[in-house]
Design a protein around this ligand. Sequence first.
Ligand code: EPU
Length: 347
Amino acid sequence: MSQSLPPADSSSQLCDADLTALNTLRLPARAHRLARPSTVDELAQVLAERNPAEPLFVIGEGSNLVIGSDLPGLTLSLAIDGMVQVKEDDVHVWIAAGAGVHWDDLVAWTVTQGWQGLENLSLIPGTAGAAPFQNIGAYGVELSQVLEQVTVLDVVTARVEHFAADECEFAYRDSRFKSRDRGRYIITGIELRLRKQPRCDVRYGPLQAAFGHLPEHEVSPVAVRERVIAVRQSKLPDPAVLANAGSFFKNPVVNGAEADALKVRFPDLVAYPQPQGVKLAAGWLIEQAGWKGKCLGPVGMHSEQALVLVNHGGATSADVMALADAVRADVLEQFGVTLEQEPVLLP
Ligand code: EPU
């Protein structure tokens, strides 16, 4: 991380802090004040000293963010650490992680222990605290399937609360923390329930190809993690090398009639039936609209995965928005489908 970050403790708050290292699209922006509390008590202290009227932003590693302009008020980058086993029974093990833990460190640790549940979510950028915020998902698995509870600090009451998984209002890339209760709670930690005997989910195409022929007990979380990492590295740019915020749009869900009509016009349409409708592959729509590997100024849609918007260097949020608007307009014109931005826009 950049030297411009303050050390992880509550006493130091950096004024006019550079956020370039705290967003993986590497957009230039500044925070009026930035603090990095490393415990819940430090976080509570920072909040107690804050004027409740001033804006408050929480960022993890900034891997799912578009910072549109400088952030007023107080920005928190949580540095709450720690990964521990909480309890176990014959079948499951429960583990807890601080919000500031790097997500893939958590996946690597659990998989190495032989615990199963997080392997499909390997190499997703970001922190453990950000994982429930957008209900991270990949290769057929969503965090909601293994989440036991989320621990938060209530910004309004200053109390620590726990939300069980079924209280988090999880949906595709969504939760109450991202939607209905945005700004109300600061996620300080998560608790997950993992399996001690593997029952890996290998239904996703490339995993099916690698493991589909094996009996369930022979598919190890370590092997699935390795495969997932290989697939990700072949398609998704490493934000440390090429700035990006992962998928820039959600995969849109249309109703059955719309999907049927599109299928008649575009027989190759990539579509997955869901309980709520038919999910379309936004990457396919963007590629068909001609944007795969194409640039507009310093930004472009990635050459290996058209859903990922990349910053080739020196981009501003205006460049990002111009490309996103152009892609959205072309997909709408060609397919009549509206793409919704996936990363959170701040402020
Ligand atoms: N496709 C294309 N061209 C492209 C990209 C995709 O035709 O340039 C088509 C292919 O047919 C492919 C299908 O789209 O089979 C689906 O592509 P892929 O498996 O790469 O997944 P995705 O739907 O594009 C989603 C998530 C990813 C996650 C992958 C794997 C969203 C918005 N994105 O992408 O998550 O890694 O599935 O499960 O749901 C992220 O959220 O940042 C992210 C990277």
